[in-house]
Structure formats: structure tokens, C-alpha cells
Design a protein around this ligand. Sequence first.
Ligand code: XBP
Ligand code: MG
Length: 252
Amino acid sequence: MSDLKCILWDVDGTLADTERDGHRVAFNMAFEEAGLERRWDVPTYGELLAVTGGKERIKFDHKRLGTTPPPDDEVARLHARKTEHYQNLIASGAIPLRPGVKRLLEEAYAAGITLGIATTTTPAALDALIEHSLGGEWFDRFAVRAAGDIVPAKKPAPDIYTYAMEKLGVAPHDCLAMEDSGNGWKAASAAGLKCVVTVNDYTHAHDFSGADLVVSEFGEPEQPAVDVFDNPHDLQNLHHVTLDHLKAIMHG
Ligand code: XBP
Ligand code: MG
């Protein structure tokens, strides 16, 4: 039993549904611009999400197809252009935050709970989302923004969570993770954190056994009730997820 001292947030799929209409589209733009024929359609991209990290995903695609991936520096250049396209998509307002994200962030921040980011995405992609979807004041409100290649092993490895907690000087039992994917849940769990999962179209069939709450979204008071897929702490009044629910998970 612990108090809720810190919430570590995944980004892609959790703060916003960035994969299908953001990252995927940006990869395709970079492929086209580089004169490559490869395009990732919506179902194919879902399969490629098995591997986290954009550069790793490009190489994984080649591995699956049995083709030779370009050398690392070429992959890095392609990925850098992809990130620029992604930043432009985010700046255009194409991807809103998921329901309940801003509400919970604001409530937790006002309550003095430490907030941090633990994501496999590139820092520049994260910064674009913070600036355009959350608001520039959130750069400082996240006490740590752990992202991308800062750790060599990406999710499902626990490293990005461990790194974020070390930077904050907090212990796993003080922290709750917010995730959307099987790889994210595995990373949080392996780092010793409790975890709330908000699924999306790409992740609803992933295995979240052992997670502390699995819902369709955080939801909003004035919107229809969220779908609850797993509620092992027997939380009550789950029309939408509140800060009190998150505190109850830590107490449970
Ligand atoms: C997100 C990812 C990222 C994005 C693409 O996983 O795997 O790689 O898909 O971003 P998670 P980059 O939500 O678990 O952090 O191209 O910037 O890597
Ligand atoms: Mg995610």
C-alpha cells in the first residue's frame, strides 16, 4: 500500500492516438520523399507496432519481408525526415489528446503529484505533441521527459521507466504508469510499477493480464461511460477515471 506520489505517462496511444494518423502517415511521407516504394497501410502498421521505436520498426519491416535494411545512417536520415513530417502533422492540429488526459494531468498537477513522461518516441516528436496539443506550460510541469534513444533498450524493456524514476529519485511503489499497449504494460510491470491501461484500436487485443485497470479511455464526466475491461481493484463509479481511482489503485 502506497500513496500516489508520481504518475509516469506513455505518449503514443496514451496521451493521443498518434500512431495511425500521425506516425504511420509521417513514415509514408518520408518513404515517398526518399523515392522508396514501401507504404505502410493501417493493418500492416498495426503488425509493425510489435516493435517499438521508429528506426527499429523500419528495420523490423525489412526483416519480416526478408529484404536487406539500409545501413544505420540511412535509416537514421529517413527517420529524421519522418520526425519532421510528424512534427508538421502535430502542429497542424491533426491529432487531439485522448478524452480525460488533460483533465487527469491538470488534477494531478494541482494536487502536487509528480508527473513524468516515459516513452520510446523521439524527443522532438514528444515536444511537438506537448507544445501543440497540451500547451507550452507543460514542458516544465513534467518533472522528467524520458524519451527515445536515451536508453538503448526500448519497451518492452523496463529501462525507460527505470531511467525516469532514477532522474526523479522515486521508487517504483510510489509511481503509477499510464499505458496503452502490451509492450508498454510489460515495460511498466518489469520496472515494478502499477499500471492503468487505456486501449485503442491497435492495442485492444493485447495481453494486459496483471494490469491494475484496463479501460477504453479515461473518459469525461459529460461523455458516455467508458468501457471497463479489467478492474481487479474493484473500483467503483467508473463512469470515467478520476484521480481518486488512481489513488485507490495505489492503496490497494
Ligand atoms: C511508441 C513507439 C514509437 C512511435 C514512433 O511506443 O513505438 O516508436 O511509434 O515514434 P510507446 P518514433 O507508446 O510504447 O512509447 O518514430 O519517434 O520512434
Ligand atoms: Mg504507447
